[in-house]
Design a protein around this ligand. Sequence first.
Ligand code: NAD
Length: 499
Amino acid sequence: MRDIPHFIGGQKVDGASGRFGEVFDPNTGKVQARVALASAGELNTAIANAKVAQAAWAATNPQRRARVMFEFKRLLEVHMDELAALLSSEHGKVIADSKGDIQRGLEVIEFACGVPHLLKGEYTQGAGPGIDVYSMRQPLGVVAGITPFNFPAMIPMWMFGPAIATGNAFILKPSERDPSVPVRLAELMIEAGLPPGVLNVVHGDKDCVEAILDHPDIKAVSFVGSSDIAQSVFQRAGAAGKRVQAMGGAKNHGLVMPDADLDQAVADIIGAAYGSAGERCMALPVVVPVGEKTATALREKLVAAIGGLRVGVSTDPDAHYGPVVSAAHKARIESYIQMGVDEGAELVVDGRGFSLQGHEEGFFVGPTLFDHVKPTSRSYHDEIFGPVLQMVRAESLEEGIALASRHQYGNGVAIFTRNGDAAREFADQVEVGMVGINVPIPVPVAYHSFGGWKRSGFGDLNQYGMDGVRFYTRTKTVTQRWPKGGAVLDQSFVIPTMR
Ligand code: NAD
């Protein structure tokens, strides 16, 4: 049995707690490795190490820090195939999609390469008589990231890219379900020239997360995962006085207007609903056709498109999607399909009981489609996070906007239309953080920023882009006056003003 170690102080470190988590190959259903789960003691060692390394790293000039990022980007490109194969073997997504996972992280690294420019502060000459004011952005110290299973390359890089480029040291606590890629990324960062101790990977479960949240030397916590845990992380880390951003679950809606290009919309919806077996926080698991005619035509085309889907092992180049991450998750998805039936929705395509020849023990779920889903039902309210598309019919644009706006989650949303006015109204009114107009998965590019509303995001700064730079730095503002010598010019017992 292969053991997956921690990565602390620039090297792999075996777990000492005696506790391990099982890492499956979702294609076969077999355990392929075990991952060490850290004790609070092991975490403390990593943090102490990071604290020492951070001081020298913060004192390294930003261009030299950027050069590490440039080299890391090059190494990611060189090792793309190897990383994608490793990612697919633990997550289950198809190889091409694993490359997308890595690429979207790489693009944040590209943004982080611009850190000398991004860190430039502001300057005002002559803010008062002989007074200049300037501001600078300083790193926080040791910061931590806690990441979900579904993007084991992209989300760690969303976090450690900007955090490290701005001069922090980073403790990454990746998902214990697919932990190998994060360790490999940390190795590549060392190969790229990062000093040991600046990036550490500590595996663990709830115990390790709570130790991170309570540790006085962790100055900020970035979390991505399910909403209940995001909320508790937000509260606990906040109560400990840390800066915290915590992204949660999602249930993204796609509105299809009567004037939409239906063939293109169907192609987009199918890819966004079933790609990565629906295990994306920016998947599109709810489709809202506006008007009966649209619903009838859309349903017909969706059923035909689903008939053409190929579910296969992650290494199958022709597969549209692979297995889900675990047996427990497969069982949970199937129980939600049953719930949908019990709640009275019409099960148009049933993906339960799907079996792939030669991989009967793999965690596969076939594509599933529901129609006439009620907005009051629990299977609509909850995040299913599987290849299940739910159709909720609406009569008008306003009703569609209200549906997405009233939902507990507000991560992403899309509208398919040819009407610019309707699209503009939609983007303006909908209470969701990221909007796509004829774009099914509107994950913003690396120089904008990523964040959902309502129960999809706790905290006030988004991931990456300028928000990422702001999250991992604090602003210091200096007001300076240099004495010319001679008599004392002024003394005041009144607060200085600019009158
Ligand atoms: P998860 O909440 O189970 O786990 C996320 C992280 O929290 C992992 O590192 C895990 O080890 C840790 N964790 C698990 N239980 C914990 C507990 N009780 N206390 C403290 N920490 C705990 O999420 P997941 O299943 O790995 O990922 C899927 C979820 O993540 C979905 O809800 C998905 O929508 C969400 N997600 C959100 C975004 C976003 O940006 N909004 C992006 C990707 C995934």
